[in-house]
Ligand binder design. Structure first.
Ligand code: ADP
Ligand code: MG
Length: 564
């Protein structure tokens, strides 16, 4: 066989390894979840490739994972008969980090072990978690369909480098041997290992097998068994009935599909019948993924067809404004050979997507109505993204509008907790519009001279400071029959809010200020369109307004900042 060679890890991998060992030390047992998760992914990939090439199953069609322990050697072995890896794949997948957003990831690392642990989880660097408990990892793998002599052995102590050599491997798939560090003997105990597998990996859809425990004969003699038993439920979680799934199982499944270590905020699980038959299990994470604003991001919802994993898609199964949603859609009707191209054009997918969007919005409605703390947490993480939906999803615009939360002049603090319905419920006698102001910051909004007249009259104004708010107010022109009106645009018509006294005052001011207005007009000349006197300012001497149909000053600043 070919010679053993030594290769260096990418710098990032080295950094990551160090970090992982330090950050995740208090949560050691997750290594098992990550390795089992990978084995399960490998089975998914084999099933998918096997659709067009049955030879890949090599007369060994029962996909499974086996975990075994050698107490004397102090090793744990996790073996699968999934897709396996070629030499090049080994180098690409477990010697380098090729994922998009790597830079963003490293930039966000804080040095705070707890925060970083979450980031690591999101990044999906599961394989390296083996080094939390092992000081040497030996991975032997052979890609399905290649010759037995094409096996590859990768070995590393998790420091600067790893070795590679070509070996014989009869069965396809991957076997990982963890040489445990001192102090990890707990993991050598079958009983505790089984408990961990059940806790973390019960949702895995293929059997996870472990050696049967020893039993005792009639005379108390130990009967050592060489049989294996299945320790998990071994059916795809989403296919099970809701009543048979515990909270913990839902949570663990989320961690597997979403590559996230944190608990999800909420989920929706339903079997949908009708023109399209499918099952959806969709989650709202509790934290925004680090690459939520990265155009290249790959993660999204996983599409299965009749239990076979087809692909993970970041933009066809969910609209952009719900890009944080994770989970599984399993269709009964789509063809198994559905490709990305077909997905783009498929009317069936459109129908499934529309149904799933409704489920997610329903989940959010429910949180907003019944679990306000959770909804507030959701809004903090994803509010800015959801706001995009007002302009993106015409069919659900009203529904999304109800889910929006803002800070207003009636808010106690800076937390956006005012819904448009709250606002409408508090509207003054005679008020027929929803007033808002856009600004760069809350303090700029609160101190704007445009608000003076509203303060005087006790009329609430929404304070919009997110970048996306211009887009929101551009697309959402009314809510509940009430027009949304910027307080900084045009000759603001206060309608019935304006009483006779206001009108008289305005007239008087206009008269009195005529000479000043003329002077100012002359001084500013072409630079302004108009100069007017107003009775609406109570504290400020003057303010700028923009024409009814012109860009707001805020948007203008934003575009300028963006170099346009
Ligand atoms: P992720 O699972 O998020 O991709 P991991 O670090 O867990 O990240 O795994 C990295 C990659 O290594 C996987 O994407 C896969 O390509 C490969 N890999 C890991 N374990 C296995 C396995 N048991 N069988 C086949 N490929 C594997
Ligand atoms: Mg993984």
């Amino acid at each position: 066989s070919a010679q053993k060679e030594t290769l260096g890890f990418q710098t990032e991998v080295k950094q990551l390894l160090k970090l992982m060992i330090h950050s995740l030390y208090s949560n050691k047992e997750i290594f098992l979840r990550e390795l089992v998760s990978n084995a399960s992914d490998a089975a998914d990939k084999l099933r998918f490739e096997g659709l067009n090439n049955a030879a890949l199953f090599e007369n060994d069609p029962e996909l499974k994972i086996r975990i075994s322990v050698d107490k004397d050697a102090k090793t744990i072995t996790i073996a699968d008969n999934g897709i396996g890896m070629s030499r090049d794949e080994v180098i690409a997948n477990i010697g380098t980090i090729a994922k998009s957003g790597t830079k963003a990831f490293f930039e966000q690392l804080s040095g705070d072990a707890k925060k970083d642990a979450n980031l690591i989880g999101q990044f999906g660097v599961g394989f390296y978690s083996a080094f939390i408990v092992a000081d040497k990892v030996t991975l032997t793998t052979r890609r399905a369909g290649s010759a037995a002599s094409e096996g590859v052995r990768w070995e590393s102590a998790g420091e600067g480098d790893f070795t590679l050599e070509q070996v014989d491997k009869v069965g396809r798939g991957t076997e990982i041997v963890l040489h445990l560090k001192d102090g990890n003997d707990d993991f050598l105990n079958d009983w505790s290992l089984k408990r961990i597998v059940r806790t973390y990996s019960d949702h895995i859809s293929i059997p996870i097998e472990m050696k049967k425990g020893n039993s005792y004969g009639e005379n108390g003699e130990v009967i050592v068994s060489d049989d294996f038993e299945v320790v998990n439920e071994a059916s795809a979680l989403w296919t099970r009935s809701k009543n048979d799934i515990t909270e913990e199982q839902y949570q663990e499944f989320y961690k597997h599909v979403a590559h996230d270590f944190t608990e999800p905020l909420a989920w929706s699980h339903a079997r949908v019948e009708g023109r399209q038959e499918y099952t959806e299990l969709l989650y709202i994470p509790s934290r925004a993924p680090f690459d939520m604003w990265d155009r290249e991001r790959k993660q999204g919802v996983k599409l299965y067809v009749r239990r076979v994993f087809i692909m993970e898609d970041s933009n066809k199964l969910m609209p952009q404004y719900l890009r944080f949603v994770r989970g599984v859609i399993d269709s009964n009707d789509l063809p198994l050979n559905v490709s990305r191209e077909i997905l783009q054009e498929s009317k069936d997918i459109d129908a499934i997507r529309a149904g799933c969007v409704k489920k997610v919005l329903g989940l959010l409605d429910d949180l907003a109505a019944n679990e306000q703390d959770k909804y507030a947490a959701f809004w903090k993480e994803f509010g800015q993204v959801l706001k995009e939906g007002v302009g993106e999803d015409f069919a659900n615009k009203e529904r999304i509008a109800k889910l929006l939360r803002f800070v207003s002049t009636a808010s106690e603090g800076d937390v956006p907790d005012v819904s448009l319905a709250d606002y409408v419920g508090r509207m003054k006698e005679g008020q027929d519009k929803i007033y808002f102001i856009t600004a760069d910051s809350l303090s700029a909004a609160r101190n704007s001279p445009h608000l003076e007249v509203f303060k005087k009259k006790g009329v609430e104004v929404l304070l919009l400071t997110d970048r996306v708010d211009e887009w929101v107010t551009g697309s959402l022109t009314e809510f509940d029959g009430k027009q949304l009106q910027s307080v900084a645009k045009g000759a603001l018509d206060l309608g019935a809010l304006e009483d006779d006294a206001d009108k008289a005052a305005q007239k008087q001011v206009e008269e009195a200020a005529k000479p000043v207005v003329e002077l100012v007009q002359k001084a500013l000349g072409e630079r302004v369109k108009d100069v007017r006197a107003t009775a609406r300012l109570t504290d400020s001497p003057a303010c700028l307004v923009v024409g009814e149909h012109e860009m707001s000053a805020h948007l203008e600043r934003m575009l300028k900042a963006a170099g346009q």
